[in-house]
Design a binder for this molecule. Structure first.
Ligand code: ZN
Ligand code: MN
Length: 143
């Protein structure tokens, strides 16, 4: 798992980024969330506590966190980006019906990099894979 919220905020502070309660709330929300939220979802969850915060503030902060390397931006298809504060190596299963993203892991897949390198002569730096289908909820009969 990645850094704690406090470690991340300390690191941001050392690069001269000013700490605000909103910034803290957005980063905490992302780090405690397993749902890979969109900017809109973050906005809806936090706006009761921060009524004066705009969606633009959310976007600006997400951009800052992505650039600082604390958060990964997930762009799948043409839906709005989702954000993931779990920086560990993992894959995503994506529901075509409701958009839910669920984490999974499959370490043997790193062999694909060795094989790709062998076949192409590339110095491979990484790979990306997604699985698409219906989530457990959406594929349940009579749901
Ligand atoms: Zn679903
Ligand atoms: Mn994830």
């Amino acid at each position: 798992m990645g850094a704690t919220v406090e470690q991340a905020l300390e690191q941001l502070k050392s690069t001269g980024v000013r700490m605000t309660p909103q910034r803290h709330a957005i980063l905490s929300f992302l780090m405690n969330s397993m749902t890979h939220p969109t900017a809109d979802e973050i906005y809806k969850s936090l706006s009761p506590a921060f009524p004066s915060m705009s969606v633009a503030t959310i976007y600006n902060n997400l951009r800052l966190f992505v650039d600082a390397g604390f958060v990964r931006e997930l762009t799948y298809g043409d839906d709005s980006s989702r954000f993931d504060a779990d920086l560990s190596e993992h894959y995503h299963a994506i529901c075509r019906s409701c958009g839910t993203i669920v984490d999974f892991d499959y370490p043997p897949l790193t062999e694909v990099e060795t094989e790709a390198s062998r076949q192409t002569g590339f110095k491979v730096e990484g790979h990306r894979m997604e699985v698409y289908g219906q989530c457990a909820e959406c594929s349940r009969p009579n749901s």
